[in-house]
Design a protein around this ligand. Structure first.
Ligand code: OGA
Ligand code: NI
Length: 328
């Protein structure tokens, strides 16, 4: 497509619109040459990612708390992924977010255009990490936005997000940051790391959101929603907006689907946290596959160090103190 002033040079099509056309064949740009590996782990008895109860992690009862810290430690070492229940984010706010993101992707094209990615920017509607016209694209529409701290928001994009969704997004981002911080506090405890050491790594912290809309596709085996990747951030808190299965994680060499659990978040460790923890916790590969009949929507909230955060391998805190939980 022609480069328009202010628009991304390589503007990608809206996949939601593509999916609406009665395509006899998916366009080549979306057909991935390698077959999606078969999912080996797909029976109801297959292992599922661990579940962490955040209210236990914050419990005043020492034994309850210790047991949950230990569970969190094992989940972070062995899976890099877990689902979090009793997370404390208000249910009505979660519901407003679910409604809001559906409406966002349902906006007419003229409205979406106002929020489309600009040249050299990642924020807004579009796809991420596309660098050439030849590159294969993912079967997804993304809305990416920097959320916290609020003074670093994109002043050309953020104020144009329609209301009331914008206000719900603001509130949700603060609540989800709390969830991330509480989990990081639990991890610091499990690792025998001083809370200040973890805080020093993050500083004020920085947060962004990637809202993923995966339209259905008649050739689900040939396309991919998101290629296998690890998250570059410290902690990702993902809300599965509807009950359609699509997220898969690599565990012991096989792809394990993450089955949506009501009232939960899927949390995973990103590259930065792997570094901060000297590799004790792992940033695990994951991907999203496409359903032939149903759309799928997710909201990934990425939390990581802010501008003044300090990232490096921690001094050997293992050696200084004995960790509260034993290492693998
Ligand atoms: C991501 C991601 C998975 C999903 O946005 O980084 O991995 O289920 N999303 O949408
Ligand atoms: Ni991811």
């Amino acid at each position: 497509m022609e480069a328009e002033e202010g628009n991304k040079v390589m503007r990608v099509p809206c996949v939601k619109d593509l999916a609406k056309e009665a395509l006899s064949r998916v366009p080549d740009r979306y057909i991935h040459a390698v077959d999606i590996d078969p999912i080996v782990c797909n029976s109801p008895s297959s292992p599922q990612i661990p579940v962490i109860d955040l209210s236990n992690l914050l419990s005043c009862d020492h034994h309850v708390k210790e047991a949950e810290v230990h569970k969190l430690h094992l989940a972070s070492q062995q899976w890099g992924f877990f689902q979090v229940i009793n997370h404390g984010v208000r249910e009505d706010l979660v519901e407003k977010m679910k409604k809001g993101v559906k409406e966002l992707f349902d906006l007419p094209m003229e409205e979406k255009n106002k929020l489309w990615q600009k040249a050299g920017e990642m924020e807004g509607f579009g796809q991420m990490f596309e660098v050439s016209e030849q590159q294969k694209l993912n079967w997804v529409d993304v809305f990416y936005v920097f959320t916290l701290p609020s003074h670093l928001r994109n002043t050309r994009l953020f104020p144009n997000i329609p209301l009331p969704f914008r206000e719900d997004l603001e509130e949700y981002s603060v609540e989800v940051r709390e969830v991330a911080r509480k989990i990081l506090g639990g991890m610091a405890e499990a690792l025998g790391m001083k809370k200040e050491e973890m805080k020093e790594s993050f500083g004020e912290g920085g947060q962004s959101m990637r809202i993923n809309y995966y339209p259905p596709c008649p050739q689900p085996q040939d396309v991919i929603g998101i290629n296998a990747h690890t998250d570059g951030t410290a902690l990702t808190v993902l809300l599965q907006v509807n009950d359609v299965v699509g997220l898969q994680i690599k565990h012991d060499g096989v792809w394990v689907p993450v089955l949506p659990l009501p009232h939960s978040f899927v949390v995973n460790i990103g590259d930065v946290l792997q570094i901060i923890t000297n590799g004790a916790y792992t940033s695990v590969e994951h991907r999203a596959i496409i359903n032939s009949k149903m759309e799928r929507i997710s909201i990934a909230t990425f939390y990581g160090p802010g501008r003044e955060g300090y990232i490096g391998r921690q001094r050997a805190f293992w050696a200084q103190k004995s960790p509260r939980c034993s290492r693998r």
